[in-house]
Design a protein around this ligand. Structure first.
Ligand code: DX5
Ligand code: ZN
Length: 218
């Protein structure tokens, strides 16, 4: 099943309520919320108080991507704020197992992310507990970067591993996803597509999401 998760990193932060209503009307499947702390990545975005405020603007699931050093400490805040799925990085400073358990104990789905240079095998020990693996297709930190096709073999390896295990888990890609790259990532085995610039720059976002969905149906 293909899912489109627009990243509000490319939205107008001064008008998040109307931006979220635009996403809902455009047929988005979820909302990708990029949380950056200025330590794990060289950029700062928003935190749990903002997530809590925008929770009222849409019923779409919140797909929260934590690009922060210490997710373990902040998971409870994002749970309370209304996250439906919390993804954090295997490269962060928190204990991976403990953080996954904390997310699951709160009744929220857990995702684990890998940066472009991190081997996919690092997520293998946790596959039993995860709902999703996020394979970053740019270096995390900023929107509007170019898709790194060299990350595709990691998706193929992960899909194969999941097949061996008899599991059908979500594989998300994030960074540089547009009408050209989405089919490349879909062919490799991804099924959840984050997109910021390519969606928010569309005059007709509904048409663009529909186009993305058909391009990703492989
Ligand atoms: C990058 C973020 C992405 C980014 C995607 O660190 O995790 O979600 O906003 O934006 P585009 O689609 O513009 O590359
Ligand atoms: Zn993201």
């Amino acid at each position: 099943m293909v899912f489109i998760s627009p990243s509000i990193l490319s939205a107008d932060y001064g008008n998040l309520e109307s931006e979220l209503k635009r996403l809902t009307a455009a047929g988005a499947d979820m909302v990708h919320i990029d949380v950056m702390d200025g330590h794990f990545v060289p950029n700062i975005t928003l935190g749990a108080p903002v997530v809590k405020c925008i929770r009222k603007a849409t019923d779409l699931p919140f797909d929260v991507h934590l690009m922060i050093d210490d997710p373990f400490t902040y998971v409870p805040d994002f749970v309370k704020a209304g996250a439906d799925r919390i993804t954090f990085h295997v490269e962060c400073g928190s204990d991976t197992e403990k953080t996954i358990d904390e997310i699951l104990d709160a009744g929220v789905e857990a995702g684990l992310a890998v940066k472009p240079g991190t081997p996919i095998e690092t997520v293998f020990p946790y596959l039993d507990k995860l709902s999703m693996v996020l394979v970053m297709t740019v270096e995390p930190g900023f929107g509007g970067q170019s898709f790194m096709a060299e990350t595709m073999p990691k998706i193929e390896t992960l899909r194969q591993k999941l097949q061996e295990l008899g599991k059908d888990m979500d594989i998300q890609v994030d960074g540089g996803i547009n009408a050209e790259t989405i089919s490349v990532a879909a062919k490799a085995g991804a099924n959840v597509f984050v997109s910021g610039n390519a969606l928010f720059s569309a005059e007709d976002m509904r048409a663009r999401i529909a186009e993305f969905k058909s391009l990703a149906a492989v």
